[in-house]
Ligand binder design. Structure first.
Ligand SMILES: CC(C)(COP(=O)(O)OP(=O)(O)OC[C@H]1O[C@@H](n2cnc3c(N)ncnc32)[C@H](O)[C@@H]1OP(=O)(O)O)[C@@H](O)C(=O)NCCC(=O)NCCS
Length: 176
C-alpha cells in the first residue's frame, strides 16, 4: 500500500515517523487512552518507538495508520487507523491527546479516513467498536456516521483488566 496524506478542516492525517515517539509515549500514558486503547504493558521510550514503527509499516496491506496533526505546525493531536482490512471490510480505531479533546478531532478524522477507504480501497463496510462505558467514543461514532447495530456482551478486555460490553457501530459505503 502506498503511503499518503489527507487533510480535513485544519487537520493533517499523515504517516507516523520516528520523531513522533516522545509524544506517543506521553499520549499512551494518558489514563483514558491507557484504559480504552490498552497496549498490554507499560509504555516507555522504546515501546513508543516500536509502536510508531509498526504503524509506519504498511507493507502487509492489512492496516492504514495515520497520525493526526495540525496543518499549521504539525503538532500531534491524535491517531486514527483502519485495521483488519480484508476484502471489502475493515475496522477503525482512534484516540485524541487530552489537550485536543472536544474540538471534533476524532470525529473529523474518522469521517475523513472512512471516506478515503470507500473511495480509494473500495471498501463496503467499516466497523467501529467501543466499550459501552466509553460515552465519548459513542458520540464520535455517531458524529462520524457510524450507525449503532447492537451490543456485544463482555467482548473485549480493556486496560482496567475487565471484560466490557461493547457497542458495535458500522458505516457502509452505501450509507452516503
Ligand atoms: C473518545 C475520544 C477519542 C474523543 O475524541 P475527541 O477528539 O475529543 O472527539 P470529538 O471532539 O470529535 O467529539 C465527538 C463527540 O464526543 C463528545 N465528547 C467528547 N468528550 C466527551 C466526554 N468525555 N464525555 C462525553 N462526550 C464527549 C463531544 O462533545 C462530541 O459530541 P457532540 O457532537 O455531542 O458535541 C477521546 O476522548 C479519547 O481519546 N479518549 C480516550 C481513548 C478512547 O476512548 N479511544 C477510543 C476507543 S474506542
Amino acid at each position: 500500500m502506498e503511503q499518503f496524506e489527507l487533510t480535513a478542516d485544519g487537520l493533517l492525517l499523515r504517516p507516523w515517523r520516528d520523531a513522533d515517539a516522545p509524544a506517543v509515549r506521553d499520549a499512551l500514558r494518558d489514563p483514558d487512552i491507557a484504559r480504552w486503547n490498552p497496549q498490554g504493558g507499560p509504555v516507555d521510550e522504546a515501546s513508543a518507538l516500536l509502536w510508531v514503527r509498526r504503524r509506519a509499516d504498511w507493507s502487509a496491506g492489512d492496516h492504514v495508520s495515520l497520525a493526526v496533526a495540525t496543518t499549521a505546525d504539525d503538532e500531534l493531536l491524535g491517531s486514527v487507523s483502519l485495521h483488519q482490512i480484508r476484502g471489502e471490510n475493515a475496522g477503525i480505531g482512534y484516540w485524541t491527546v487530552p489537550a485536543a479533546r472536544g474540538r471534533g478531532v476524532a470525529s473529523r478524522s474518522v469521517d475523513r479516513l472512512t471516506r478515503w477507504a470507500f473511495d480509494a480501497l473500495r471498501l463496503h463496510r467499516v466497523e467501529l467498536c467501543h466499550a459501552v462505558a466509553n460515552t465519548a467514543s459513542c458520540r464520535v461514532a455517531e458524529r462520524a456516521g457510524y450507525a449503532a447495530e447492537g451490543t456485544l456482551r463482555e467482548s473485549y478486555r480493556y486496560g482496567d483488566g475487565r471484560r466490557h460490553d461493547e457497542h458495535l457501530h458500522a458505516r457502509l459505503a452505501s450509507d452516503r
